[in-house]
Design a binder for this molecule. Structure first.
Ligand SMILES: Nc1ncnc2c1ncn2[C@@H]1O[C@H](COP(=O)(O)OP(=O)(O)OP(=O)(O)O)[C@@H](O)[C@H]1O
Length: 129
């Protein structure tokens, strides 16, 4: 098997093109990116431990990847038909449902991750007054 640096570079280029196209066309992806940036900034302020950062990054990567898969499925379905079709609806709704399920659990994980450090910081502020 021959290693080709050019092929690898091209693959990254295609992947980046997919991400930037989806970012421009999908409002939900932009919303998730904005929330992710706020969450990472809050984690830095709260001085998250390594394992908390690991869980946070895992959740953010999963939500953003699922959103990209949802976009891929929407585009693939649109490619197969211009008509209104019950199977097209089922496929798109299921893909959107996958994002929603993970997003709901991401909110719960977020609360579990942020609650204790936030309480600690509030205690420190009150003690410092
Ligand atoms: N060809 C179709 N046949 C039947 N229903 C469709 C079809 N295309 C879209 N729909 C319905 O419209 C909804 C929105 O589809 P659309 O392609 O506009 O996605 P979207 O608004 O970009 O979704 P998202 O908010 O998940 O990005 C789908 O979830 C589905 O219920």
């Amino acid at each position: 098997m021959k290693f080709s640096a050019n092929k690898l570079k091209a693959s990254f280029g295609y992947a980046w093109s997919g991400i930037s196209n989806a970012f421009r066309s999908e409002q939900n992806l932009r919303i998730h990116c904005s929330i992710s940036i706020v969450a990472i900034a809050a984690a830095a302020v709260l001085d998250f431990s390594v394992w908390r950062y690991c869980v946070l990054f895992l959740v953010i990567a999963s939500v953003l990847s699922l959103e990209l898969m949802n976009t891929a499925i929407e585009n693939a379905v649109d490619l197969t038909t211009d008509d209104i079709h019950p199977l097209a609806k089922k496929a798109k709704d299921a893909a959107a449902g996958a994002v929603l399920v993970f997003s709901l659990f991401a909110v719960i994980i977020g609360i579990l991750l942020f609650f204790q450090p936030a309480v600690e910081m509030i205690k420190q502020w009150n003690a410092g007054r």
